[in-house]
Design a protein around this ligand. Structure first.
Ligand code: ZN
Ligand code: ZN
Length: 412
């Protein structure tokens, strides 16, 4: 890929993604394939932001796989003190955290998943403070993506591997609003302003419910929880820094009431679940729960998702994305949520984003949250249902019907 574009992408990541502050430390977790991108990220961090220190951790999925295959369970479970000290050092220095993701679909075939689970159960409690640092926005963090051979061939199986990688780079850069003739940082500021404005409009209406209808057969009413918050675009860290946790992002999302969902939704993209591709499926809801479902392919996988736990037969998220948006217009299935969920209006079976989508969420117990309509589950799986003819309206608490989408796109 043209290095001018990669350098522009690096500027977006440093200035918009993690929004690195003057003199701030930066930690970069990256696959080997991202070396050129990382070079420009390090340059931008030191040159433009005078970063105190940039720490780069390269890893390789194939190398990690050898450890998973051949190391003893004792070795897998071992988290040495220096690794904990290192994470403490990062937190104490208030570093920004960047993850460059580069999924390799199918690469872990042959690895016993229980060994990984046992190890993470031992290690996770010791690293809870570190997870909290990003999960609760104590510092800025960001996830972006970079191509690799395996992922590129999965998306473009008919192309030569080099062409497929190039094509995936083009798609990632396009989705991330990076092109030869734009100022991507300015464009991101504009996009964040648009998403924020929409959040404000939607929050001001304080809708009781949303109604979705299209010609494919979707006819669905989704009640929203009281005191909900529409979110999307950038977020503020606890220190007040505005950053973008996901690049790309196009969505405005909110919390459905898990007992007030009624009607039918027809999916418009296949759903990749546990390595199975569920195609042409629909769900029927009554009082918040899936009561009927069908799929042309992999109906059993859909069944196992719906029956995964108590909360996986209800919804934790409703997200609005205009049909006419950069990722949607490419019409590519990325097999990766970071991209696919930003291509189309989507719903998620499973857990809601309680702290993001509910006012004063921290003051409630789990039972109270459930009573309020916040969905509790150990899974969260997004699926797409937007279409070019989607009509969305909102019902206000005083009975007014307000148009939100016309012909697949936001009206405001
Ligand atoms: Zn979403
Ligand atoms: Zn989601």
């Amino acid at each position: 890929m043209n290095e001018i574009l990669i350098e522009k992408f690096a500027k977006v990541i440093v200035n918009i993604g993690v929004a690195l502050q003057e003199g701030q430390m930066l930690v970069v977790n990256a696959p080997l394939e991202a070396a050129t991108l990382v070079k420009y990220i390090v340059k931008e961090a030191y040159e433009a932001k005078h970063s105190k220190k940039v720490i780069v951790n390269f890893s390789d999925a194939d190398v990690n796989k050898q450890e998973q295959l051949y190391a003893s369970q004792e070795t897998l479970n071992d988290l040495p003190d220096y690794a904990i000290e290192r994470s403490k050092y990062i937190v104490e220095n208030g570093a920004a955290m960047l993850s460059i993701s580069s999924p390799k679909p199918g690469i872990m075939a042959g690895v016993d998943p229980t060994r990984m689970q046992i190890a993470s159960r031992v290690i996770a409690p010791k690293m809870a403070f570190f997870r909290k640092y990003t999960m609760e926005n104590e510092g800025q963090w960001c996830v972006v993506a970079c191509p690799n051979d395996v992922w590129a061939k999965k998306i473009f199986p008919d192309l030569e591997v080099n062409e497929a990688v190039e094509k995936l780079w083009e798609a990632i850069l396009y989705a991330s609003h990076v092109s030869m003739d734009n100022d991507p940082v300015a464009d991101w500021n504009k996009l964040n302003a648009e998403l924020t404005k929409r959040n404000e409009i939607l929050n001001d209406y304080n809708f009781e419910s949303l109604h979705f209808k299209n010609s494919l057969g979707t006819d669905l009413t989704i009640g929203l929880v009281e005191n909900h918050i529409w979110a999307g675009g950038g977020e503020h860290s606890k220190k007040g820094v505005y950053f973008n946790p996901n690049i790309p992002t196009e969505e405005n999302f909110c919390m459905p009431h898990n007992k007030k969902i009624n009607g039918v939704v027809v999916a418009t993209k296949p759903l990749n679940y546990g390595g199975k591709l569920i195609e042409d499926f629909s769900l029927t809801f009554k009082d918040g729960k899936v009561v009927e479902y069908d799929a042309r392919k992999e109906k059993d996988a859909l069944k196992s998702l719906i029956e995964f736990d108590k909360g996986s037969s209800s919804l934790g998220e409703v997200a609005l994305i205009s049909h006419d948006s950069p990722i949607s217009n490419m019409n590519i299935l990325f097999y990766n949520t970071l991209f696919d969920e930003n291509a189309s209006c989507h719903l998620a079976l499973g857990a809601s984003y309680t702290t993001t989508n509910l006012k004063d969420a921290e003051k409630y117990t789990e039972e109270e949250l459930d009573a309020l309509g916040s969905n509790q589950s150990h899974t969260h799986v997004d699926f797409m249902f937007g279409s070019s003819d989607m009509e969305v309206t909102g019902l206000t608490h005083d009975g007014k019907v307000v148009q939100i989408f016309k012909n697949g796109n936001f009206v405001f």
